[in-house]
Structure formats: structure tokens, C-alpha cells
Design a protein around this ligand. Structure first.
Ligand SMILES: Cc1cc2nc3c(=O)[nH]c(=O)nc-3n(C[C@H](O)[C@H](O)[C@H](O)COP(=O)(O)OP(=O)(O)OC[C@H]3O[C@@H](n4cnc5c(N)ncnc54)[C@H](O)[C@@H]3O)c2cc1C
Length: 552
């Protein structure tokens, strides 16, 4: 098989030649650098290469070369699924920026490069290398470490697929009724419960996450002794606290039930985190943060879940699944939230490519002139609709009920009524979404009229509620009506009902109603649900924990 292709398209002959030369110098040993001045002929050649099963890793194309547009990049992906797409733009070309912003927001391209690029080591090579690395991660075959045989659509099979991907464990998933799945089970003599998880010659029947982690040789039992700080949850808040806790010299343990990164780890591109102008994948950010915390001395237990907390003398005992408990002088609850997922055909594949969970307000300016849809009828859906309507051509709210009044505040209902470009479809359910590489259309069912319509759509926001991960803690700690944990000045000091704040001193910033137990990130009452806010919370919590541990 010939080397993968890196395709450059620009109608300016000098740029085309010089870009091809610098790319050849650095990547020529592993990639074929092909060029074309015409986007139409480039597209035809890209299509032909993919038809011959050759691999096209990356296309770099000038934004103004006649015929290139977001549609050109979309077509390139249709012809070669998985190809990385980079838009070339003149660095002072203000007219190009809105086009690029929209293309990035709607998942029509992944990154951009500025020309002239100066010394290629500074910006050009890092951007291209990062694109090639992310392409290689999914496009180049990796030998499977784990093989999992189970019922294709059983919740645990689906959960394991997600867990393996998020923990970067190359895995092969086989349906139990497929010829290959049956042969494997027969060869192993496995008659136990499914899913069967296979690693080398070891087979586990319907194992827990911790059992799988142990089988893979992961660190699943704590080193033991008394920790200064035990962090529950390794989303952005927990990872940030791990970095600051360990770097401040606290003996720090992080316990994570699924995979580092939390919600952020599930998003293909975070574009509003400071210092990453081209965005960063959530998985990459999580990996970097975990490595940083590790290097500073934090200990991690991944795929272990915290189940309860108990005060023993002046220490906290943190219990984990599998009858393990760890001792802590202070605990940080950074367990975040889960957005309720919508089970609709085609939706999961388009998350980040026109489909967004949560308000994703940063995407709004990129949606100027577009048809935008929202699923939900609560206050967050109402607020998002009003915000998006400032940019989009139309915003359509899809509401299951016959009115908004019972689920949305009156002021929002009125504001929506006064906004010309917001429409509401009552009694409506989303039944299917369409789009190969990005969202193109929705199918909605009007339950009252019993009709189904197909509607053109550029973006869809799903806002059907979110809940904090606090069930294991709820009875012990003060929280609001939705279960979000109260901290610092929000803790009620003379609560009539338990649990009340027991000390004469005021709680430290981010301290909960349990002295020595702190909370950070989305799990907190009225948290700003952003990666940066969670990271900031982690740092602030460590400062408070330091003060708590060193108080007179
Ligand atoms: C699809 C999506 C895209 C997003 N995109 C952006 C974006 O582009 N920019 C932005 O700023 N924000 C974005 N957000 C929001 C952002 O990801 C969150 O605000 C942020 O992740 C919150 O961090 P956190 O650490 O508080 O909680 P989380 O990220 O929710 O992490 C909590 C962690 O705790 C673990 N946990 C829970 N309970 C337990 C337990 N009992 N024991 C052990 N571990 C436990 C969970 O498994 C999880 O890993 C996005 C969110 C989603 C869902």
C-alpha cells in the first residue's frame, strides 16, 4: 500500500510550490505530498485515491481558491471519511475569518493555517503534525488489546465501547451472534454471562470496570496510608486540583469511575479554552492534564467508583466499590454532571458536527444566517433560544408538550414571544437526524397532527436537563433542590434541618457543609459550566484546602 496522501490546494502557484516543499521536507518520508491548483480537479483526484483504497490523511486548501468553500471541505470528507481538513488563510484577511469560524463551529473543517507561515517549525509543522496524529489515531489500524463479545445493543456493551474509546484501549467488539463472535466464544470454551471480555488468554464474564482495569494491569488499589487530599472525579475540575494539589506538596489521590476528562473528554473539540486557538480535543486535554498531575506526584485510580464518605475521628474515610476505603485529611468532590442524552437515530454520530449537548453559547456567532433547532422546553432551552436568535436566521424550539408555561419561566416565555425569528413546534418529537459528516436535516413528528416533516438544519442543541453525580453524598451534604452541592457563602450556617454547618468559623471558599469536604466544577450549585471554570475551581479549592489543613 502506498504512503498516505497529504493534499495541498491553492491557485497561487508560488504558495502551492513553497507549501509543498516545506511539507515534503518534514513529512515526505511518511506521506506523499500531492498538489493541485484547481479545487475541482483536486476533489476528483482525492475521490479516485479513496476509491482505490489509498489513504488520504489531510487536505490543506486555500479559503479563496475558486471553488473551495465549506462545501468543498464537506465533499472531501464525503469522498474520504476521516480525512483531516485544514483551511489556508492569509493572516490579515479579515473577510475570511467569519467563514472559517462557521466552518469550524459546524464541523466542516478541523483547523486552519495562516499564510505566510514564517518559520515552519513555529506554527506550520505543529498544526500539521497534530492533524496527522489525530488522523492516525483513528485511521491507522491498531492491534486490539481487548476483545469484547456481547449483545450488540445491550447497554453494558455500548458502555464498554465508550469506556474503551475514552481510555484509549484499542478494542475489538464482536456481536455474540456473529460468526466470529461465536467462534471466539467456542474456542475459549466460554459459556458464562455476556459480555465476555478477553485479554490474552484471560476471559472475564460480565466484569465490573475495576475488574477490567485490574486485568489490564492498571493501578486500581491505592498505595494506602493517609492522603492529604482525595479527589473524587477526574474531569477538568478534578484534574486541575490534582495538578495544583500535587505541585503544592499535598499527598494527592484521584479516583475516577470512568475515564479522565469527564464530560470534556467526550467532546471532539474544545474551542474556547484559553491558549488553544485551533481548539483541542477533550481526550487530548485530559491526557495532558493527567500526565502533568502524574509527573507532579498525584496518584490515580481509574475505573474505580466512590460510593460513600464517613467521618472517622478527624479523618475522612472514602469508600470505593470493591470494599476498599481510603483515608483522607480533606476530600474534593469533583463529580460533575451528566446531560440527559436523547436516543434518536443518527444523533450520536453528529455530536460536535452540528449537534450539541448543552447551551454551547460560543457556537452562536458562527451560526449567523443559519437554521437552528433546539430540543427542550426548560429555562436553559429558553435562554439558549433567545441568545441564538441574535445570530441565526431562525431558531425553532421543538417541545414535546402543548405549551411552555409549565416548564419555562414566564419572563422567558414572553421574551420568546417577542422575538420574531424564534418559532415553536409544540407536541413535537425529534425522530431522526440526517447528515453524513455534519448535520443536514431533521425529521420531526407532530403528535397532534400525526405528521412527519423533514426540515433543513445547520445546528441542533439538545437541552433536556442535566443532573449532578451526588447520589452517594446527597444525604450528608447541603445541596439545592436539583442536588447541586452548596459551597462557601451559600452553605446555610444555622440550618433548621440536618445537615447544618457545625463550626463557629465560616466555611472556606468552595467548602461544603461538611468541614474538610470541598466541591469544585459543575457539581456545585450555580456553577458556570465551562472547562475553564471547572479548572479555576480546582485551583481555588486547593488553595482553600491548604488553608483548611494549615489552620491554627
Ligand atoms: C458534549 C459536551 C461538550 C462540551 N464542550 C465544551 C466546550 O467546548 N467548552 C467548554 O468550556 N465546556 C464544554 N462542555 C462543558 C464542560 O465539559 C464541563 O463544564 C466540564 O467538563 C465540567 O468539569 P467537571 O470536572 O466539573 O465535571 P465532569 O467533566 O462532569 O467530570 C466529572 C467526573 O467525575 C466522575 N465521577 C462521577 N461520579 C463519580 C464517583 N462516584 N466516583 C468516581 N468518579 C466519579 C465522572 O466519571 C467524570 O469523569 C461540554 C460538555 C459536554 C457534555
Amino acid at each position: 500500500m502506498p504512503e498516505p496522501i497529504l493534499f495541498v490546494v491553492d491557485d497561487d502557484a508560488a504558495t502551492l510550490q513553497s507549501l509543498a516543499e516545506v511539507l515534503e521536507r518534514r513529512f515526505g518520508a511518511d506521506y506523499r505530498i500531492l498538489t493541485d491548483a484547481s479545487p475541482a480537479s483536486a476533489l476528483a483526484r482525492i475521490g479516485e485515491a479513496c476509491e482505490r483504497s489509498e489513504k488520504v490523511a489531510l487536505v490543506v486548501a486555500d479559503v479563496w481558491t475558486a471553488g473551495t468553500s465549506p462545501d468543498w471541505f464537506v465533499r472531501a470528507r464525503e469522498l474520504c471519511p476521516g480525512v483531516g481538513r485544514c483551511v489556508l488563510v492569509g493572516w490579515a484577511d479579515a473577510r475570511a475569518y467569519p467563514i472559517i469560524r462557521r466552518a469550524l463551529a459546524l464541523g466542516q473543517a478541523e483547523t486552519y493555517l495562516l499564510k505566510p507561515w514564517g518559520h515552519p517549525e513555529e506554527r506550520l509543522y505543529p498544526v500539521v503534525s497534530e492533524m496527522l496524529a489525530s488522523w492516525a489515531r483513528t485511521a491507522l489500524p491498531q492491534p486490539a488489546i481487548l476483545r469484547i463479545v456481547g449483545e450488540r445493543w445491550s447497554p453494558r456493551f455500548v458502555e464498554l465501547r465508550d469506556l474503551a474509546a475514552r481510555n484509549s484501549v484499542a478494542s475489538e467488539f464482536l456481536a455474540h451472534d456473529s460468526a466470529e463472535g461465536q467462534r471466539l466464544l467456542r474456542d475459549l470454551g466460554h459459556r458464562g454471562r455476556l459480555p465476555a471480555v478477553i485479554f490474552g488468554d484471560q476471559v472475564l464474564s460480565d466484569p465490573t470496570n475495576a475488574e477490567i482495569a485490574e486485568m489490564l494491569g492498571g493501578h486500581i488499589e491505592p498505595d494506602g496510608g493517609l492522603y492529604d487530599l482525595v479527589i473524587v472525579g477526574a474531569g477538568p475540575a478534578g484534574l486541575s486540583a490534582a495538578v495544583y494539589g500535587a505541585s503544592d506538596g499535598l499527598r494527592t489521590l484521584v479516583i475516577e469511575s470512568k475515564a479522565p476528562g469527564g464530560q470534556a473528554g467526550t467532546t471532539s473539540m474544545i474551542r474556547n479554552y484559553l491558549g488553544f486557538p485551533r481548539g483541542i480535543s477533550g481526550a487530548d486535554l485530559a491526557l495532558r492534564a493527567q500526565e502533568q498531575a502524574n509527573a507532579l506526584g498525584a496518584e490515580f485510580l481509574i475505573m474505580r467508583e466512590v460510593t460513600s464518605l464517613a467521618l472517622q475521628g478527624d479523618e475522612w474515610s472514602v469508600a470505593l466499590t470493591g470494599n476498599t476505603a481510603v483515608r483522607a485529611r480533606a476530600v474534593l468532590v469533583a463529580t460533575g454532571v451528566t446531560y440527559n442524552r436523547l436516543e434518536v437515530d443518527g444523533l450520536d454520530a453528529l455530536v460536535g458536527k452540528g449537534v450539541f449537548y448543552g447551551p454551547a453559547t460560543m457556537e452562536a456567532p458562527a451560526l449567523a444566517g443559519q437554521e437552528v433547532f433546539l430540543v427542550g422546553a426548560g429555562n436553559s432551552a429558553g435562554q439558549a433560544a433567545v441568545h441564538l436568535a441574535r445570530y441565526a436566521a431562525t431558531v425553532t424550539l421543538l417541545a414535546r408538550g402543548a405549551s411552555l408555561g409549565s416548564s419555562m419561566s414566564d419572563y422567558l416565555v414572553k421574551q420568546i414571544g417577542r422575538t420574531d425569528n424564534i418559532r415553536i413546534r409544540f407536541n413535537t418529537a425529534l425522530v431522526r437526524v440526517h447528515g453524513q459528516n455534519h448535520l443536514e436535516a431533521l425529521e420531526v413528528r407532530d403528535k397532534a397532527k400525526e405528521t412527519t416533516d423533514r426540515l433543513r438544519a445547520s445546528a441542533l442543541f439538545v437541552l433536556i436537563g442535566a443532573g449532578p453525580h451526588t447520589a452517594w453524598l446527597a444525604k450528608m451534604v447541603q445541596h439545592d433542590a436539583q442536588g447541586y452541592v452548596l459551597t462557601g457563602p451559600n452553605v446555610i450556617r444555622d440550618a433548621r434541618a440536618e445537615p447544618s454547618w457545625p463550626l463557629s468559623r465560616a466555611p472556606f471558599p468552595l467548602e461544603t457543609s461538611l468541614p474538610g469536604v470541598f466541591a469544585a466544577g459543575d457539581v456545585r450549585h450555580r456553577a458556570t459550566r465551562r472547562v475553564s471554570a471547572a479548572v479555576a475551581d480546582g485551583a481555588i479549592a486547593v488553595r482553600s484546602i491548604w488553608d483548611y489543613l494549615n489552620q491554627e
